[in-house]
Design a protein around this ligand. Sequence first.
Ligand SMILES: Cc1ncc(COP(=O)(O)O)c(C=O)c1O
Length: 407
Amino acid sequence: MTHPTPAVSDRIHSLSPEELPAYVYDLTALQEHVAGVRAALPDRVELYYAAKANPEPEILAALLPYVDGYEVSSGGELAHVGKAVPGRPLAFGGPGKTPAEVIRALELGVERFHVESVYELHMLADLAARHADDRRIAVLPRFNLPVGDGSLDSVSLAMGGRPTPFGLDPDQADEVVRLLTDGTYPQLELRGVHAHLASGLEAAEQLAVATSIVTWSVELAARHGVTLHEIVVGGGMAVDYAEPERRFDWAAYGAGLGRLADAHPGLTLRIEPGRALTAYCGWYATEVLDVKHSHGEEFAVVRGGTHHLRTPATKGHDQPCTVLPTDAPWPHPWPRSAAQGDKATLTGQLCTPKDLLARDVPAPGLRAGDRVAFSLCGAYAWNISHHDFLMHPRPGFHFLGGAGEDS
Ligand SMILES: Cc1ncc(COP(=O)(O)O)c(C=O)c1O
């Protein structure tokens, strides 16, 4: 799925220069991929999609048959996902929830709250007493657990296992369990424990982290003589932008989670990946506007840039891409610019040297008018970008396949 699929490639070639740049999503490819992920997971492991990775309604809807629910991390995501896939289970997480967001979540009947602090627990209890009728609210406190075996040492994006603003400190675990089980807050039910410690972990590291989370949680429950029903071990499955054909080993991870589930009968395990589900189904397609030489290097300036596709800037990588040369005759009276060498750095239209999409791309003979399809653009791409900087036009959006194919 790294090179554009035939449907995506046809669509890119069919667009006029003015219709570029464009995000093109292959929903059939997405569904095949996520069906494979689901099949690799044991029955007792639930799969929630972390909507923050890509909340396009077409993506959320395409995932419907394969996921058990959606993880939302703001009032905005809550309203949006609730509308896009009505009636599906939602888990509401994220630090810094406001009272207004919590009230809205209670009114909408959100199934689970991932509580991030003692302050938030007090707020939720008070608001639940006033806004949740007689319903008991399922709470999964989020803990920032220590992971002592070095599993998180190499990751660039860690939300746990070190000082961060995410989740509760393990030192607060006993207090939180007491508050949730000693009758202080009868409107709240301790349903389980939530943890999301890092993004970018391979299967073996994920399993080590999941095992630590489950072991720690089960010991906590045993200390208090209470039963936990659900443990969320987070998302963060690795996507390799440097080797885009590599995939997270879902088979090994699923088998390991199966062993973990077997060791804890009665416990539902839940994962909430975002990136590793949707990254592969999206391409950012554009055309080369100009090719130029600068101090011995060649640069190809493409329509668009990191204001549409911020991923390479935020992660500091080269976005994988495929050059799609065009056979169309050059339509202008002025000369066409072309690369002299074998490699070019692809940059966008912004007036900043940070607008780098991919460095040293093998592109012999690259010419103005050629098209480029950046892959792995289905997660943390458009929705994390600073769209309005320099006021260039927004890209088009195309959703191919799935139930809602556009034409
Ligand atoms: C609480 C939580 N769950 C799940 C995710 C999804 O992570 P990823 O997209 O790396 O799988 C995130 C990402 O930041 C998160 O904060």
